[in-house]
Each structure stands twice: as structure tokens, then as C-alpha cells.
Design a protein around this ligand. Structure first.
Ligand SMILES: C[S@@+](CC[C@H](N)C(=O)[O-])C[C@H]1O[C@@H](n2cnc3c(N)ncnc32)[C@H](O)[C@@H]1O
Length: 221
């Protein structure tokens, strides 16, 4: 990474540790960094030094930890129109990097569902280090928990699992969508069709953004 980018990462990290990083300041600093260097810049800001090993708690058929690229998260935030009033839920949240990034970019509160205890511990450390981050990691199986997160407005999946698990999570989100409009976003994970979900954006290569249909009973966004 260029020296200027290390310096900007250090400046933003100091603001974060002081609890004083406004979303517009954070976003301007991030987008000032060349796209190819943004992942390293974010890791420097968040103090993430390495990718942790996966443990035995990861069920067979579920996907190990791999952080979603910053570029995809930026496009998701813009495509889904994430606002400070949203509650962002990362389904399979790893060390909390994506949830922290969305919060820092938008001010939205963030919840992470993660099944691997060591990763949840790393997320809690991250949330504690970055005093301004309104990020609550929850340990457990997201397949079972996602439908209980009734306050969620944006549900994000960076391919934690597919098949029956994904089908169940989508079915469990429908009752939430009956109470308020929600968006469901995925990266590198085609979502099986559901009559209550419609594309919010024309499909792009890796990113899909869906919104719940207004006729479900919730007012449109
Ligand atoms: C590809 S990583 C994505 C991490 C994070 N969303 C990010 O973008 O930085 C998938 C994550 O989902 C977690 N995971 C897989 N199956 C899960 C399940 N059933 N419940 C909760 N988390 C799960 C894995 O442990 C891993 O951390």
C-alpha cells in the first residue's frame, strides 16, 4: 500500500479509537484509496492482521471464513441504499469486518450472526476496540437465528451456505418482511426465487440486491 494510504489509515483509525469517525469522513477517506488497495487499507484501519483459521464448529457444507471484498460491499451499500436508520444483518459474519464496514460507511447499526466461537470472539474484540461501532455479534447457527432478527432491515449473505440452509433462511425472513420492507443482498450467491422478493437492481456479476414486494403488507421504501 502507498505511504499516503498508510497515513490515511492511521488518521481514520485514530478518529475511530476516539469515537469520532463520521460516515462521510470515513467514506471519503476510503474512496480516496485506489480500489486495489482498499482491502488492505480497511484491515489497517480495523487492526485486522490475519485471516483466522476455521474451527470444528463450522458445520459440514457451510462455507469457511473469507472476507467479502470492500469493493462489493461499497456497491451493495449504494445499490441497496443503506441508511443510518437501517439495521444491517450479516448472515455468517466472520470477524465482523463487513458489518463494521457497513456501519462505518452509513451509520447503520449492525448485527452479525456467526457460528464459529473464535470468530465471534474476534468480532467482539473488534466492536470493543472501535468504540463508535454499533455492532452486535451473536454466536449461533444463522440458519436457526436469522428469522428471529425482527429488527433487521437489510440482510446480507456473502455465501455462508447454500441449498436447504439458504432456502430456510429466506423462508424465515418472509414474516419479517410482512412487518416492514426489507432488502436481501448477496455476493457470489444466487438466491433461489421467492414470490415475496423482487430484484431491486438489474443483476450484476457478483452482487444481487432484492427488496420485499410492497403487497406483502408493509409500505414500500
Ligand atoms: C464467506 S465468510 C463471510 C464472512 C463475512 N460475511 C464477511 O464478508 O466478511 C462465511 C462465514 O459464514 C460463517 N457461517 C457458515 N455457516 C454458518 C451458519 N450456519 N451460521 C452462522 N455462520 C455461518 C462462516 O463461519 C464464515 O465466517
Amino acid at each position: 500500500m502507498k505511504r499516503a494510504h498508510w497515513e490515511s489509515a492511521g488518521r481514520i483509525r485514530s478518529l475511530l479509537l476516539a469515537g469520532d469517525a463520521k460516515p462521510e469522513v470515513f467514506r471519503a477517506a476510503l474512496t480516496d484509496v485506489a480500489p486495489a488497495e482498499r482491502d488492505a487499507w480497511l484491515d489497517a484501519v480495523l487492526g485486522i492482521e490475519s485471516i483466522p483459521d476455521d474451527g470444528p464448529a463450522l458445520p459440514r457444507g457451510c462455507v469457511p471464513y473469507l472476507p467479502c471484498p470492500v469493493d462489493a460491499i461499497l456497491r451493495m451499500v449504494d445499490g441497496a441504499g443503506v441508511q443510518a436508520s437501517d439495521v444491517f444483518v450479516d448472515i455468517g459474519s466472520g470477524v465482523g469486518r463487513a458489518a463494521a464496514l457497513v456501519h462505518l460507511l452509513t451509520g447503520a447499526a449492525a448485527i452479525g450472526l456467526e457460528i464459529q466461537p473464535d470468530l465471534v470472539r474476534a468480532s467482539r474484540d473488534l466492536a470493543a476496540r472501535l468504540k463508535a461501532v454499533h455492532f452486535a455479534p451473536i454466536e449461533g447457527d444463522a440458519v436457526r437465528l436469522a428469522g428471529f432478527i425482527m429488527i433487521g432491515t437489510i440482510f446480507f449473505l456473502y455465501c455462508p451456505f447454500s441449498g436447504d440452509r439458504l432456502e430456510k433462511v429466506l423462508d424465515d425472513l418472509e414474516p419479517i418482511a410482512r412487518t416492514r420492507p426489507i432488502r436481501v443482498c448477496s455476493v457470489d450467491l444466487p438466491l433461489p426465487p421467492r414470490p415475496w422478493l423482487m430484484p431491486a437492481l438489474p443483476p450484476t456479476g457478483d452482487l444481487a440486491v432484492y427488496r420485499s414486494v410492497p403487497s406483502l403488507g408493509a409500505a414500500g421504501t
